[in-house]
Design a protein around this ligand. Structure first.
Ligand SMILES: [Ca+2]
Ligand SMILES: [Ca+2]
Length: 218
């Protein structure tokens, strides 16, 4: 390698290093991706709250969120899009209680580190759901409750560098029988179309606007 080749090599190494940093994904870990699956508990997501107007059946044990590991042909699969190697469903109970009214709202959370970057993600839920990052609503699937049969258009969020929290609130609709609830969440590679047509939410900017309004209201 001569001097010119060495300079060129260093140049491209630097460029590739920058690209590697730019393409790094925030470390939200998909649901059901579990380094120690034997206990059935999701290592990365936690069940932080259950809001009930009726008692729900045991067993459940906050903060454990459990991976739904039914075979792909066993209820609630394939009515729910079956698990795959990218992500799996999680729920509040190790036995996925499906015998009766198991409502109402289940909150799943994960704390994660991020660069100053844009991330995109999509999710499934039984039934309605809302996604918050640092307590700001960034996406929702509400109305029919049938959000277990198709993925939403990915939501993109601009994050500041640092530690963040994602929370997914899932409302299980009341029903007399056969009433599972669960959630499935995965990050996706941002696509250019996402920036144009998707919901682009800038967490730091929104925070600044809210602060300005608060200051102005004094
Ligand atoms: Ca585990
Ligand atoms: Ca349900």
């Amino acid at each position: 390698m001569n001097q010119f080749q060495g300079t060129t090599h260093r140049f491209w190494s630097a460029i590739l290093g920058v690209l590697a940093v730019c393409s790094a994904q925030a470390a939200i870990i998909n649901t059901g991706v579990d380094i120690s699956p034997a206990n059935g508990i999701d290592d990365n997501w936690q069940l932080t709250a259950i809001s009930t107007v009726v008692s729900i059946p045991a067993p459940f044990n906050i903060p454990n969120a459990y991976v739904v590991n039914q075979p792909a042909n066993q209820f609630p699969f394939p009515t729910w899009i079956p698990n795959d190697s990218t992500s799996s469903w999680i729920t509040y109970s190790p036995t996925l209680y499906i015998g009766g009214d198991s409502g109402r709202t289940f909150s799943y959370e994960q704390s994660f580190p991020s660069l100053n970057e844009t991330i995109s993600f999509r999710w499934l839920s039984d039934n309605d759901s809302r996604v918050y990052i640092d307590n700001l609503l960034v996406g929702s699937r509400v109305g029919t409750g049938n959000y277990f049969t198709s993925w939403n258009t990915p939501v993109s969020v601009v994050l500041s560098a640092g530690q963040h929290t994602v929370r997914v609130e899932v409302d299980n609709f009341p029903r007399d029988s056969g009433n599972p609830t669960g959630m499935r969440f995965e990050t996706v590679v941002p696509e250019p179309s996402t920036y144009v047509f998707g919901a682009l939410v800038m967490i730091p900017v929104v925070g600044q606007i809210l602060r300005r309004r608060a200051n102005g209201a004094k």
